[in-house]
Design a protein around this ligand. Structure first.
Ligand code: SF4
Ligand code: SF4
Length: 461
């Protein structure tokens, strides 16, 4: 059986754009790990070409596709403009539909996708997780060799942030001062369950900058995790439901229609990247294509919107050194690099430092770290070392997956004491890597919020 069927196979014209120059190779994390041509963007494009030529979808071909993080660093690096993002997305949905995976793999994927795209199910985990963290079992589990026997479970355990009390946001938050924009806000799955303070900070910053913020409770997953894993029909169902959530209902005595929204604001890079592609995801759906494209056009990352609007809320000094980490789906996926840096630099007394090899993924990549725990661990620790080498007091990024991945890696490198409920994790870093300097972690929204409210640096971990 040929590798691909007629339902959106990787396109030959996009494959043929690749001139095999290899400029993308140094930016590819899997090529950096293994140095294998077939684990590089160029090698994977070659495999797609073989598949189009009639080769069957072999186990080894699927392994090389599965190992791709979808970080899109190769898209940024490619001088020929090869659309590897479209190619791997089309390839992945073919693999998911046509390649029978071993039972263990199927069971693991089924468990992951029965949990992570469902914020209510994730929130149910908060109680047991808090009890587990309070019991001190975490330290005991660290000594059991769990990583050897159940690597995915060990990865999940290490990623889990320390939880505090949940925050329930109202469905409508009025602007402070004259209204400048009406903004829908995506609360996300992992973000709302594990980082509610990031959402609270986002809403406060938006209101302080003159936005009326609408947060429909009916919103669910945007489908990012599903679409990045090739589960396209599942992603489409999530996308339709999300469009409906931002197109109806009564929010704070105001009827919501997506046409009323000036913007839909997202504070998680992977979600923002997917939402901006709703037009393509639902292009074949006559009932939703137009609404999907209209909503996509209004999607903004928080930092993009704040720069577009320009500041009105005064910033208070925040005397802190910050290393800013580019989340892949923000930098490579959406081309948003300058805006978060500009916002951070505009805070009085804040010093921004750059991290070496900023294009290289931290190894989180949606659920890639759960499916590939050992290489994810290596990539996480490499990134953590580069972060710690900046000597910054605070690591700032705009994606919950990166926050959890880097926090876990920092914890492994040093002896850490975490408070990641708010997206923070203070860690007494490995003295060999850091010279004993401690580092905290925060979302961009939290740093802006602290500056606008005049909070002390200690409030950021
Ligand atoms: S994907 Fe782009 S950078 Fe990589 S080998 Fe092909 S043309 Fe060169
Ligand atoms: S998306 Fe990332 S991991 Fe995949 S081929 Fe491109 S650079 Fe490599």
């Amino acid at each position: 059986m040929a590798a691909f069927d007629d339902d959106h196979p990787p396109r030959a014209d996009l494959i043929n754009d690749c001139v095999h120059c290899g400029f993308c190779l140094p930016t590819c994390p899997t090529y950096a790990l293994w140095g294998e041509e077939m684990d590089s963007p160029r090698g994977r494009i070659h495999l797609m070409s073989q598949g189009l030529g009639g080769e069957p979808l072999s186990d080894s071909m699927v392994t090389h596709f599965d190992r791709c993080l979808g970080c899109l660093a190769c898209v940024t690096a490619c001088p020929s403009g090869v659309r590897y993002d479209t190619l791997i997305a089309d390839t992945r949905q073919q693999v998911e539909r046509r390649h029978p995976r071993p039972l263990r793999d199927r069971a693991l994927r089924a468990a992951i996708f029965a949990l992570f795209p469902y914020p209510r199910r994730l929130r149910l985990l908060r109680g047991p997780l808090r009890a587990y963290q309070a019991s001190g079992l975490r330290r005991l589990v660290g000594r059991t060799g769990l990583a050897r026997h159940a690597p995915t479970l060990a990865m999940m355990e290490s990623l889990a942030p320390t939880l505090s009390r949940p925050v329930r946001l109202p469905e409508r938050i009025p602007p402070r001062g004259p209204r400048r924009a009406v903004v829908g806000m995506l609360t996300g799955c992992v973000q709302s369950a594990f980082f509610p303070d990031v959402n609270a900070a986002t809403a406060r910053v938006l209101a302080a900058e003159g936005c009326e913020v609408l947060i429909p409770r009916t919103q669910g997953c945007c489908g990012a995790l599903s679409v990045h894993a090739g589960r396209r029909s599942e992603a489409r169902a999530f996308a339709r439901a999300l469009i409906d959530a931002f197109s109806g209902g009564d929010l704070g005595h105001r009827d919501l229609d997506h046409r009323d929204l000036d913007y839909l604001v997202v504070n998680a890079a992977g979600c923002g990247s997917s939402l901006k592609e709703y037009g393509e995801l639902l292009a074949d759906d006559p009932a939703y294509a137009e609404r999907a494209a209209a909503l996509s056009a209004r999607v903004r990352d928080l930092s993009e919107l704040l720069v577009e609007l320009g500041p009105v809320a005064p910033r208070h000094p925040l005397p802190v050194t910050v290393a800013y980490h580019d989340a892949c789906h923000l930098a490579h996926g959406q081309g948003v690099r300058a805006q978060p840096r500009a916002l951070l630099r505009a805070i009085p007394d804040l010093e921004l430092r750059e991290i070496a090899d900023p294009e290289l993924c931290c190894g989180s990549a949606g659920v890639w770290n759960l499916l590939n725990p050992e290489p994810a661990r290596q990539l996480g620790e490499r990134k953590a070392r580069d972060v710690l080498a900046t000597g910054a007091r605070l690591l700032v990024t705009a994606n919950p997956g990166c926050l959890m991945q880097i926090a876990a890696a920092v914890r492994r490198l040093g002896s850490a004491t975490g408070d990641s409920t708010t997206g923070r994790c203070s860690a007494a870093g490995d003295s060999s890597a850091t010279g004993g300097v401690a580092i905290g972690l925060a979302h961009t929204a939290q740093v802006l919020d602290a500056s606008i409210r005049g909070l002390p640096v200690d409030a950021l971990g």
